[in-house]
Write a protein that binds this ligand. Structure first.
Ligand SMILES: [Fe+2]
Length: 288
């Protein structure tokens, strides 16, 4: 097309796509182009606003490195990572719902026996919690030998890799379910923390008039060969920001209840939470 107009520019771009690109590329590009063009038209985007957005994207790139991907943070605060997780990880057989892994997971956490504590450093005023439950398959059968990685922030709102004053791998552990499918560990009551807001994501939060805070939660990564890996977070039922998480990751089914542990207990609180994971092997047999 040699005479580009407001009416034909979207077609001009979509018809410029190569004939031999993969069908999925075409599907993604045609839809994205139509939405982006229509968005510009709908808000009558000014040249100055477009340039401001391009400069903001450049700053997002500048602050990103091997340890920090600002574009993931941006996608989080507009709900896109959680949306894609829901599309990609939709429970099909009554499994526990997933939510995002987040940027603070570290592989190879300390391997600990059932019931051990992940707390390596005490903070004033912290509350300890015994977290325990069963891992079941979608038929309700306990699953033994499931690897359960857990991690959480410290009472100062920082994960250990963000805080030089915490021991390496503080508040992280890898546990295994016993023959009854039980897991158990001692943690601390998780506190709300802000996502990093000193970069382009923070600029967007300001533009949105939204805060950076996440409700207190404990992360779980639950794995066993033959089963679908479950990535989730359990929220403290009494934490702030359950109704306005800055990354929109809260699901009702993932809200736990931290109760007083009672007299003679070695922790302040106790929380029981069962998970359901899907056995791909079992489903395969059922399908055949
Ligand atoms: Fe987190």
């Amino acid at each position: 097309m040699r005479n580009i107009t407001l009416e034909n520019i979207t077609d001009a771009v979509t018809t410029s796509l190569g004939d031999d690109i993969p069908p999925r590329n075409r599907e993604i590009l045609v839809s994205a182009l139509k939405h982006i063009h229509n968005f510009c038209k709908e808000v009558n985007l000014s040249y100055a606003e477009w340039l401001e957005a391009m400069e903001w994207l450049r700053r997002a790139g500048d602050i990103s490195d091997d340890a920090r991907n600002e574009f993931i943070l941006i996608s989080d605060i507009i709900g896109v990572e959680v949306l894609v997780d829901m599309l990609d990880q939709m429970p099909t057989h009554g499994e526990t719902v997933t939510t995002v892994l987040g940027p603070f997971y570290r592989d190879n956490p300390p391997v600990l026996p059932k019931g051990a504590s992940i707390v390596q450093k005490s903070f004033e005023g912290q509350e300890t919690v015994r977290v325990r439950g069963r891992i079941l398959d979608t038929d309700g059968v306990p699953v033994s030998g499931v690897i359960v990685d857990v991690w959480e922030d410290a009472p100062n709102g920082l994960y250990e890799q963000q805080d030089p004053d915490q021991p390496d791998y503080n508040l992280r552990g890898r546990f295994e379910t016993d023959s009854d499918g039980q897991y158990e560990f001692v943690a601390i009551r998780p506190v709300p923390y802000p996502i990093p807001y000193d970069g382009a994501a923070g600029e967007l939060l300001n533009y949105m008039g939204h805060h950076p805070w996440r409700p207190g939660h404990i992360h779980f990564l639950i794995q066993k060969p033959g089963y679908k890996t479950l990535v989730s977070q359990i929220y403290d039922g009494e934490t702030e920001y359950l109704d306005n998480d800055s990354v929109f990751a809260v699901k009702e089914d993932l809200i736990g209840e931290m109760k007083p542990a009672g007299e003679g207990a070695d922790t302040d609180l106790v929380m029981d939470f069962d998970f359901v994971i899907r056995s791909d092997a079992k489903l395969q047999i059922a399908a055949e």
